[in-house]
Design a binder for this molecule. Structure first.
Ligand code: HEC
Length: 419
Protein backbone atom coordinates (compact mmCIF):
# COMPACT_ATOMS: atom_id res chain seq x y z
CA UNK A 1 0.00 0.00 0.00
CA UNK A 2 2.85 2.36 0.83
CA UNK A 3 4.00 1.78 -2.72
CA UNK A 4 0.65 2.73 -4.21
CA UNK A 5 0.60 5.85 -2.07
CA UNK A 6 4.05 6.98 -3.02
CA UNK A 7 3.26 6.26 -6.66
CA UNK A 8 0.22 8.46 -6.35
CA UNK A 9 2.20 11.18 -4.63
CA UNK A 10 4.83 10.95 -7.34
CA UNK A 11 2.30 11.03 -10.13
CA UNK A 12 0.43 13.97 -8.66
CA UNK A 13 3.65 15.80 -7.95
CA UNK A 14 5.01 15.23 -11.42
CA UNK A 15 1.95 15.85 -13.55
CA UNK A 16 -0.42 17.87 -11.40
CA UNK A 17 -3.80 16.65 -12.51
CA UNK A 18 -5.27 13.56 -10.85
CA UNK A 19 -6.83 11.19 -13.37
CA UNK A 20 -8.82 8.01 -13.26
CA UNK A 21 -6.45 6.00 -15.37
CA UNK A 22 -3.33 6.94 -13.45
CA UNK A 23 -4.50 7.42 -9.87
CA UNK A 24 -8.08 6.56 -8.97
CA UNK A 25 -8.09 3.19 -10.74
CA UNK A 26 -5.18 2.10 -8.58
CA UNK A 27 -6.93 2.97 -5.33
CA UNK A 28 -10.12 1.20 -6.47
CA UNK A 29 -8.01 -1.80 -7.38
CA UNK A 30 -6.32 -1.95 -3.99
CA UNK A 31 -9.26 -1.07 -1.75
CA UNK A 32 -12.52 -1.91 -3.55
CA UNK A 33 -12.08 -4.72 -6.05
CA UNK A 34 -11.76 -7.41 -3.39
CA UNK A 35 -15.57 -7.24 -3.44
CA UNK A 36 -16.53 -4.89 -6.28
CA UNK A 37 -15.80 -7.24 -9.15
CA UNK A 38 -17.92 -9.42 -11.40
CA UNK A 39 -19.81 -12.12 -9.52
CA UNK A 40 -18.66 -11.07 -6.06
CA UNK A 41 -20.58 -9.89 -3.00
CA UNK A 42 -20.79 -6.17 -3.88
CA UNK A 43 -23.69 -5.06 -6.09
CA UNK A 44 -21.51 -3.68 -8.92
CA UNK A 45 -18.00 -4.04 -10.34
CA UNK A 46 -15.79 -0.99 -9.85
CA UNK A 47 -13.27 -1.72 -12.56
CA UNK A 48 -13.74 0.95 -15.21
CA UNK A 49 -14.07 4.67 -15.68
CA UNK A 50 -17.67 4.13 -16.75
CA UNK A 51 -18.47 2.33 -13.47
CA UNK A 52 -16.75 5.08 -11.48
CA UNK A 53 -18.98 7.63 -13.22
CA UNK A 54 -22.24 5.64 -13.10
CA UNK A 55 -21.83 5.11 -9.36
CA UNK A 56 -20.10 8.44 -8.73
CA UNK A 57 -22.65 9.94 -6.36
CA UNK A 58 -23.08 6.77 -4.34
CA UNK A 59 -19.33 6.32 -4.14
CA UNK A 60 -18.80 9.83 -2.81
CA UNK A 61 -21.58 9.43 -0.27
CA UNK A 62 -20.39 6.00 0.86
CA UNK A 63 -16.84 7.31 1.28
CA UNK A 64 -17.91 10.49 3.06
CA UNK A 65 -20.10 8.55 5.45
CA UNK A 66 -17.32 5.99 5.87
CA UNK A 67 -19.58 3.10 4.99
CA UNK A 68 -17.21 1.96 2.27
CA UNK A 69 -14.84 0.25 2.20
CA UNK A 70 -16.21 -1.78 5.13
CA UNK A 71 -12.93 -1.93 7.03
CA UNK A 72 -14.02 -1.45 10.62
CA UNK A 73 -11.00 -1.06 12.93
CA UNK A 74 -10.14 2.56 13.64
CA UNK A 75 -6.55 3.47 12.71
CA UNK A 76 -4.21 3.81 15.64
CA UNK A 77 -5.87 1.09 17.75
CA UNK A 78 -3.89 -2.00 16.81
CA UNK A 79 -2.22 -2.65 13.47
CA UNK A 80 -3.65 -5.31 11.22
CA UNK A 81 -2.62 -7.23 8.14
CA UNK A 82 -4.42 -6.82 4.82
CA UNK A 83 -5.97 -3.53 5.85
CA UNK A 84 -8.27 -2.39 3.05
CA UNK A 85 -9.40 0.81 4.75
CA UNK A 86 -8.87 4.08 2.90
CA UNK A 87 -6.20 6.35 4.33
CA UNK A 88 -7.12 10.01 4.78
CA UNK A 89 -5.00 10.83 1.71
CA UNK A 90 -6.79 8.28 -0.45
CA UNK A 91 -10.18 9.47 0.73
CA UNK A 92 -9.30 13.07 -0.17
CA UNK A 93 -7.78 12.01 -3.46
CA UNK A 94 -11.01 10.30 -4.57
CA UNK A 95 -13.37 13.00 -3.30
CA UNK A 96 -11.30 15.84 -4.77
CA UNK A 97 -11.08 14.01 -8.06
CA UNK A 98 -14.87 13.79 -8.29
CA UNK A 99 -15.32 17.40 -7.20
CA UNK A 100 -12.71 18.59 -9.66
CA UNK A 101 -14.52 17.15 -12.68
CA UNK A 102 -13.38 13.50 -12.59
CA UNK A 103 -10.92 13.56 -15.48
CA UNK A 104 -10.43 10.21 -17.19
CA UNK A 105 -6.83 10.57 -18.34
CA UNK A 106 -4.74 8.64 -20.80
CA UNK A 107 -5.82 4.98 -21.18
CA UNK A 108 -2.11 4.05 -21.41
CA UNK A 109 -1.77 4.98 -17.72
CA UNK A 110 -4.18 2.25 -16.60
CA UNK A 111 -2.72 -0.40 -14.29
CA UNK A 112 -2.85 -4.01 -15.36
CA UNK A 113 -6.13 -5.62 -14.41
CA UNK A 114 -5.91 -7.81 -11.31
CA UNK A 115 -5.61 -11.42 -12.40
CA UNK A 116 -8.54 -13.46 -11.10
CA UNK A 117 -6.19 -15.74 -9.14
CA UNK A 118 -6.78 -19.37 -8.27
CA UNK A 119 -9.59 -20.49 -6.08
CA UNK A 120 -7.27 -21.07 -3.13
CA UNK A 121 -4.80 -18.34 -2.23
CA UNK A 122 -2.33 -20.73 -0.57
CA UNK A 123 -2.41 -23.43 -3.26
CA UNK A 124 -4.24 -26.73 -3.11
CA UNK A 125 -5.49 -27.52 0.41
CA UNK A 126 -4.93 -30.95 1.96
CA UNK A 127 -8.65 -31.44 2.41
CA UNK A 128 -11.65 -29.61 1.04
CA UNK A 129 -14.84 -29.95 3.07
CA UNK A 130 -18.07 -28.98 1.37
CA UNK A 131 -21.56 -28.40 2.73
CA UNK A 132 -23.16 -31.85 2.33
CA UNK A 133 -26.08 -30.46 0.29
CA UNK A 134 -26.83 -27.28 -1.59
CA UNK A 135 -28.94 -24.85 0.34
CA UNK A 136 -31.73 -22.99 -1.45
CA UNK A 137 -32.48 -19.51 -0.24
CA UNK A 138 -36.18 -19.04 0.03
CA UNK A 139 -36.34 -15.97 2.23
CA UNK A 140 -35.74 -12.44 1.06
CA UNK A 141 -33.98 -11.00 4.09
CA UNK A 142 -30.82 -12.01 5.88
CA UNK A 143 -30.56 -15.69 6.67
CA UNK A 144 -28.25 -17.19 9.29
CA UNK A 145 -27.84 -20.91 8.90
CA UNK A 146 -25.52 -23.51 10.43
CA UNK A 147 -24.40 -26.48 8.34
CA UNK A 148 -22.84 -29.56 9.86
CA UNK A 149 -19.85 -31.08 8.10
CA UNK A 150 -18.53 -34.31 9.63
CA UNK A 151 -14.79 -35.05 9.48
CA UNK A 152 -13.11 -38.38 9.19
CA UNK A 153 -9.35 -37.93 9.52
CA UNK A 154 -8.84 -41.06 11.64
CA UNK A 155 -6.98 -39.16 14.36
CA UNK A 156 -6.59 -35.73 15.90
CA UNK A 157 -5.15 -33.31 13.33
CA UNK A 158 -3.78 -29.79 13.38
CA UNK A 159 -4.45 -27.24 10.70
CA UNK A 160 -2.35 -24.12 10.30
CA UNK A 161 -4.48 -22.42 7.66
CA UNK A 162 -7.89 -22.58 6.12
CA UNK A 163 -9.76 -20.77 3.42
CA UNK A 164 -13.49 -20.49 3.02
CA UNK A 165 -14.64 -20.47 -0.59
CA UNK A 166 -18.21 -19.25 -0.91
CA UNK A 167 -20.29 -21.39 -3.23
CA UNK A 168 -22.24 -18.36 -4.36
CA UNK A 169 -20.29 -15.16 -3.85
CA UNK A 170 -23.27 -13.00 -4.54
CA UNK A 171 -25.09 -14.09 -1.40
CA UNK A 172 -22.55 -15.41 1.12
CA UNK A 173 -21.80 -12.50 3.41
CA UNK A 174 -19.79 -14.09 6.17
CA UNK A 175 -18.89 -17.48 7.55
CA UNK A 176 -17.84 -18.58 11.04
CA UNK A 177 -16.44 -22.04 11.68
CA UNK A 178 -17.21 -23.73 14.99
CA UNK A 179 -16.21 -27.17 16.21
CA UNK A 180 -18.59 -29.60 17.89
CA UNK A 181 -17.62 -32.82 19.59
CA UNK A 182 -20.88 -33.12 21.55
CA UNK A 183 -22.96 -34.44 18.65
CA UNK A 184 -25.63 -31.81 19.33
CA UNK A 185 -25.25 -30.04 16.01
CA UNK A 186 -25.88 -33.33 14.19
CA UNK A 187 -29.10 -33.73 16.11
CA UNK A 188 -30.37 -30.30 15.04
CA UNK A 189 -29.29 -30.77 11.43
CA UNK A 190 -32.19 -30.98 9.00
CA UNK A 191 -34.92 -30.94 11.66
CA UNK A 192 -36.92 -28.31 9.76
CA UNK A 193 -36.74 -30.22 6.49
CA UNK A 194 -33.84 -28.21 5.02
CA UNK A 195 -30.10 -28.78 5.29
CA UNK A 196 -28.63 -27.37 8.52
CA UNK A 197 -30.46 -25.38 11.15
CA UNK A 198 -31.12 -21.72 11.94
CA UNK A 199 -28.55 -20.05 14.17
CA UNK A 200 -27.80 -16.38 14.66
CA UNK A 201 -25.23 -15.32 17.23
CA UNK A 202 -23.40 -18.59 17.80
CA UNK A 203 -23.18 -22.26 16.85
CA UNK A 204 -26.72 -23.00 18.05
CA UNK A 205 -28.51 -23.53 21.34
CA UNK A 206 -26.84 -25.91 23.74
CA UNK A 207 -23.48 -26.10 21.98
CA UNK A 208 -20.92 -24.96 24.52
CA UNK A 209 -18.47 -22.20 23.70
CA UNK A 210 -15.08 -23.29 24.96
CA UNK A 211 -11.54 -22.19 24.22
CA UNK A 212 -11.39 -24.63 21.35
CA UNK A 213 -14.88 -24.48 19.90
CA UNK A 214 -14.09 -21.90 17.26
CA UNK A 215 -11.94 -22.57 14.24
CA UNK A 216 -12.00 -19.25 12.43
CA UNK A 217 -14.10 -17.15 10.17
CA UNK A 218 -14.29 -15.38 6.88
CA UNK A 219 -15.69 -12.14 5.51
CA UNK A 220 -15.27 -10.81 1.98
CA UNK A 221 -11.91 -9.19 1.49
CA UNK A 222 -10.13 -11.40 4.02
CA UNK A 223 -6.95 -13.21 2.95
CA UNK A 224 -5.91 -16.70 3.99
CA UNK A 225 -2.75 -16.87 6.08
CA UNK A 226 -0.66 -19.62 7.58
CA UNK A 227 -0.04 -19.47 11.32
CA UNK A 228 3.59 -19.17 12.39
CA UNK A 229 5.50 -22.43 12.59
CA UNK A 230 4.62 -24.74 15.43
CA UNK A 231 1.10 -23.34 15.88
CA UNK A 232 -2.11 -25.03 14.80
CA UNK A 233 -5.83 -25.34 15.43
CA UNK A 234 -6.69 -28.75 16.80
CA UNK A 235 -9.37 -30.71 15.00
CA UNK A 236 -10.16 -33.56 17.36
CA UNK A 237 -10.80 -36.97 15.80
CA UNK A 238 -14.26 -37.17 14.22
CA UNK A 239 -15.12 -33.57 15.11
CA UNK A 240 -18.06 -31.96 13.33
CA UNK A 241 -17.33 -28.64 11.72
CA UNK A 242 -20.24 -26.23 12.03
CA UNK A 243 -20.22 -23.75 9.20
CA UNK A 244 -22.35 -20.77 10.13
CA UNK A 245 -23.24 -18.83 7.01
CA UNK A 246 -24.83 -15.42 6.83
CA UNK A 247 -26.69 -15.07 3.55
CA UNK A 248 -27.39 -11.61 2.29
CA UNK A 249 -29.55 -12.06 -0.78
CA UNK A 250 -29.79 -8.30 -1.43
CA UNK A 251 -33.09 -8.78 -3.26
CA UNK A 252 -31.73 -11.71 -5.23
CA UNK A 253 -34.00 -14.58 -4.24
CA UNK A 254 -33.98 -18.14 -5.51
CA UNK A 255 -30.28 -18.48 -5.08
CA UNK A 256 -28.44 -21.64 -4.16
CA UNK A 257 -25.24 -22.09 -2.27
CA UNK A 258 -22.80 -24.81 -1.38
CA UNK A 259 -19.88 -23.24 0.41
CA UNK A 260 -16.67 -25.11 1.11
CA UNK A 261 -13.59 -24.75 3.25
CA UNK A 262 -10.08 -25.81 2.35
CA UNK A 263 -7.97 -27.06 5.25
CA UNK A 264 -4.19 -27.05 5.37
CA UNK A 265 -2.64 -29.52 7.79
CA UNK A 266 0.28 -28.15 9.76
CA UNK A 267 3.46 -29.39 8.15
CA UNK A 268 5.96 -29.48 10.95
CA UNK A 269 5.42 -30.47 14.54
CA UNK A 270 2.82 -28.44 16.35
CA UNK A 271 3.54 -27.67 19.97
CA UNK A 272 1.07 -24.87 20.58
CA UNK A 273 -2.64 -24.75 19.93
CA UNK A 274 -4.25 -21.62 18.67
CA UNK A 275 -7.33 -21.17 20.83
CA UNK A 276 -9.96 -18.47 20.92
CA UNK A 277 -10.05 -16.80 24.30
CA UNK A 278 -13.45 -15.18 24.77
CA UNK A 279 -13.33 -11.97 26.80
CA UNK A 280 -17.02 -11.87 27.60
CA UNK A 281 -19.73 -10.64 29.89
CA UNK A 282 -22.93 -12.70 29.94
CA UNK A 283 -24.64 -10.92 32.84
CA UNK A 284 -25.90 -7.63 31.58
CA UNK A 285 -29.22 -5.93 31.07
CA UNK A 286 -29.63 -3.21 28.50
CA UNK A 287 -32.62 -1.09 29.55
CA UNK A 288 -35.18 -0.21 26.87
CA UNK A 289 -34.50 3.25 25.44
CA UNK A 290 -30.83 3.37 26.54
CA UNK A 291 -28.89 5.06 23.76
CA UNK A 292 -25.39 4.40 24.93
CA UNK A 293 -25.24 1.53 27.39
CA UNK A 294 -21.78 0.28 28.27
CA UNK A 295 -21.03 -3.31 29.17
CA UNK A 296 -17.52 -4.29 30.14
CA UNK A 297 -15.76 -7.60 30.54
CA UNK A 298 -12.34 -8.05 32.07
CA UNK A 299 -10.16 -11.10 31.87
CA UNK A 300 -7.05 -11.29 34.05
CA UNK A 301 -4.23 -13.29 32.48
CA UNK A 302 -3.32 -15.70 35.28
CA UNK A 303 0.32 -15.82 36.37
CA UNK A 304 2.20 -18.54 34.45
CA UNK A 305 -0.31 -18.32 31.61
CA UNK A 306 1.56 -15.78 29.53
CA UNK A 307 0.09 -15.76 26.08
CA UNK A 308 0.61 -14.39 22.58
CA UNK A 309 -2.31 -13.04 20.57
CA UNK A 310 -2.36 -13.32 16.78
CA UNK A 311 -5.84 -12.20 15.91
CA UNK A 312 -8.95 -10.61 17.30
CA UNK A 313 -12.63 -11.02 16.44
CA UNK A 314 -15.15 -8.76 18.18
CA UNK A 315 -18.70 -10.02 18.46
CA UNK A 316 -21.96 -8.23 19.29
CA UNK A 317 -25.39 -8.35 17.67
CA UNK A 318 -27.65 -5.65 16.23
CA UNK A 319 -27.66 -3.16 19.14
CA UNK A 320 -23.86 -2.96 19.24
CA UNK A 321 -22.45 0.45 18.30
CA UNK A 322 -18.86 0.49 19.58
CA UNK A 323 -16.40 -2.16 20.60
CA UNK A 324 -13.09 -1.67 22.29
CA UNK A 325 -10.52 -4.15 23.50
CA UNK A 326 -7.54 -3.07 25.58
CA UNK A 327 -4.67 -4.62 27.41
CA UNK A 328 -4.16 -3.16 30.86
CA UNK A 329 -0.70 -3.66 32.29
CA UNK A 330 -0.22 -4.15 36.05
CA UNK A 331 1.06 -0.55 36.26
CA UNK A 332 -2.26 0.67 34.86
CA UNK A 333 -0.99 1.53 31.38
CA UNK A 334 -3.38 0.56 28.63
CA UNK A 335 -2.61 -0.54 25.12
CA UNK A 336 -5.33 -0.67 22.46
CA UNK A 337 -6.00 -4.07 20.89
CA UNK A 338 -8.81 -2.95 18.61
CA UNK A 339 -11.44 -0.22 18.43
CA UNK A 340 -14.51 -0.22 16.21
CA UNK A 341 -16.53 2.97 16.41
CA UNK A 342 -19.25 2.03 13.96
CA UNK A 343 -20.12 -1.60 14.60
CA UNK A 344 -22.02 -3.45 11.92
CA UNK A 345 -23.10 -7.03 12.61
CA UNK A 346 -22.79 -7.70 8.90
CA UNK A 347 -19.09 -6.92 8.83
CA UNK A 348 -17.66 -9.07 11.59
CA UNK A 349 -14.01 -9.44 10.86
CA UNK A 350 -11.23 -11.72 12.05
CA UNK A 351 -8.40 -9.24 12.22
CA UNK A 352 -4.83 -10.49 12.22
CA UNK A 353 -2.23 -8.44 14.03
CA UNK A 354 0.72 -7.09 12.12
CA UNK A 355 2.89 -8.04 15.13
CA UNK A 356 1.75 -10.64 17.67
CA UNK A 357 0.62 -9.09 20.97
CA UNK A 358 2.21 -10.14 24.26
CA UNK A 359 -0.11 -10.88 27.15
CA UNK A 360 1.80 -11.47 30.35
CA UNK A 361 0.54 -12.91 33.60
CA UNK A 362 -1.16 -10.15 35.67
CA UNK A 363 -2.06 -8.18 32.53
CA UNK A 364 -5.78 -7.74 32.12
CA UNK A 365 -7.74 -7.63 28.91
CA UNK A 366 -10.82 -5.44 28.95
CA UNK A 367 -13.65 -5.37 26.44
CA UNK A 368 -16.05 -2.46 26.36
CA UNK A 369 -19.23 -2.91 24.35
CA UNK A 370 -21.56 0.02 23.81
CA UNK A 371 -25.16 -0.69 22.87
CA UNK A 372 -27.97 1.48 21.53
CA UNK A 373 -31.32 0.06 22.62
CA UNK A 374 -33.31 3.14 21.63
CA UNK A 375 -35.77 3.65 18.82
CA UNK A 376 -33.18 5.82 17.10
CA UNK A 377 -31.20 2.71 16.29
CA UNK A 378 -32.59 1.67 12.91
CA UNK A 379 -31.25 -1.85 13.44
CA UNK A 380 -33.12 -2.34 16.73
CA UNK A 381 -35.10 -5.54 16.13
CA UNK A 382 -37.44 -5.07 19.14
CA UNK A 383 -40.70 -3.21 18.86
CA UNK A 384 -41.86 -2.38 21.50
CA UNK A 385 -38.47 -1.84 23.11
CA UNK A 386 -37.52 -4.28 25.85
CA UNK A 387 -34.75 -5.09 28.29
CA UNK A 388 -32.11 -6.99 26.38
CA UNK A 389 -29.92 -9.70 27.86
CA UNK A 390 -27.32 -12.20 26.72
CA UNK A 391 -28.52 -14.82 24.26
CA UNK A 392 -28.11 -16.29 20.81
CA UNK A 393 -31.28 -14.88 19.24
CA UNK A 394 -31.63 -11.89 16.94
CA UNK A 395 -33.25 -9.90 19.76
CA UNK A 396 -30.62 -10.90 22.32
CA UNK A 397 -27.16 -9.44 22.63
CA UNK A 398 -23.61 -10.53 23.19
CA UNK A 399 -20.44 -8.77 24.23
CA UNK A 400 -17.38 -10.82 23.34
CA UNK A 401 -13.87 -10.14 22.18
CA UNK A 402 -12.34 -13.33 20.86
CA UNK A 403 -8.56 -13.30 20.97
CA UNK A 404 -6.81 -15.96 18.92
CA UNK A 405 -3.95 -16.86 21.26
CA UNK A 406 -1.36 -19.45 22.15
CA UNK A 407 -0.11 -20.04 25.68
CA UNK A 408 3.65 -19.47 25.78
CA UNK A 409 4.31 -22.35 28.17
CA UNK A 410 2.27 -24.87 26.27
CA UNK A 411 4.46 -27.50 24.73
CA UNK A 412 2.26 -30.37 23.77
CA UNK A 413 3.98 -33.60 23.10
CA UNK A 414 3.77 -33.72 19.37
CA UNK A 415 1.69 -36.58 18.14
CA UNK A 416 2.21 -38.06 14.75
CA UNK A 417 0.51 -36.37 11.91
CA UNK A 418 1.21 -38.54 8.91
CA UNK A 419 0.07 -36.97 5.68
C1 HEC B 1 -15.02 -6.23 1.68
C2 HEC B 1 -15.91 -6.00 0.59
C3 HEC B 1 -16.07 -4.60 0.03
C4 HEC B 1 -15.08 -3.68 -0.22
C5 HEC B 1 -13.58 -3.83 -0.01
C6 HEC B 1 -15.74 -2.51 -0.74
N1 HEC B 1 -17.09 -2.72 -0.82
FE1 HEC B 1 -18.52 -1.39 -1.45
N2 HEC B 1 -19.98 -2.76 -1.08
C7 HEC B 1 -19.79 -4.03 -0.61
C8 HEC B 1 -21.09 -4.67 -0.40
C9 HEC B 1 -21.33 -6.07 0.10
C10 HEC B 1 -22.07 -3.73 -0.75
C11 HEC B 1 -23.60 -3.90 -0.66
C12 HEC B 1 -24.19 -3.11 0.45
C13 HEC B 1 -23.62 -3.42 1.84
O1 HEC B 1 -23.41 -4.58 2.20
O2 HEC B 1 -23.36 -2.46 2.58
C14 HEC B 1 -21.34 -2.53 -1.18
C15 HEC B 1 -21.95 -1.38 -1.60
C16 HEC B 1 -21.28 -0.26 -2.07
C17 HEC B 1 -21.94 0.92 -2.63
C18 HEC B 1 -23.43 1.13 -2.81
C19 HEC B 1 -24.22 1.14 -1.55
C20 HEC B 1 -23.86 2.24 -0.62
O3 HEC B 1 -23.54 1.91 0.52
O4 HEC B 1 -23.88 3.41 -1.04
C21 HEC B 1 -20.94 1.79 -2.97
C22 HEC B 1 -21.11 3.16 -3.57
C23 HEC B 1 -19.67 1.16 -2.65
N3 HEC B 1 -19.92 -0.08 -2.12
C24 HEC B 1 -18.42 1.73 -2.87
C25 HEC B 1 -17.22 1.14 -2.51
C26 HEC B 1 -15.92 1.75 -2.73
C27 HEC B 1 -15.68 3.10 -3.41
C28 HEC B 1 -14.99 0.91 -2.22
C29 HEC B 1 -13.48 1.09 -2.17
C30 HEC B 1 -12.99 2.38 -1.77
C31 HEC B 1 -15.70 -0.25 -1.70
N4 HEC B 1 -17.04 -0.06 -1.88
C32 HEC B 1 -15.08 -1.34 -1.09
C33 HEC B 1 -18.57 -4.62 -0.32
C34 HEC B 1 -17.33 -3.99 -0.37
Amino acid sequence: MKLVLSLIALAVGAFGQVTYTRDISRVFQAKCQQCHREGDIAPFALDSYEAAMTWGEDIQRAIEERRMPPWKPVDGFGEFQHNFGLSAEERDLILNWYRGGAEEGDPRDLPEAVAPGGEFQLGDPDVVLTMPQTYSLTRRGDTYRCFVIPTDFGSDRFIDAFQVVPGNRQVVHHVILYLDTSGKARQMDGQDGNPGYDCFGGPGDGIPLTLSSMAGGWVPGMRANRFPEGIGTLLPKDVDIIMQVHYYPCGRTEQEDQTKVGLYFAQGEVNKRLVYLPILNTRFQIPPGAESHEVTATFPIPPLFDATAYLVAPHMHLLGRQFKLEKIRPNGRTEPLIYIDNWDFNWQGFYQYQQPIRLNGFDRVRATCTFDNSENNPRNPSNPLKTVRWGEGTEDEMCIGFLGITFDRENIVPFNQPL
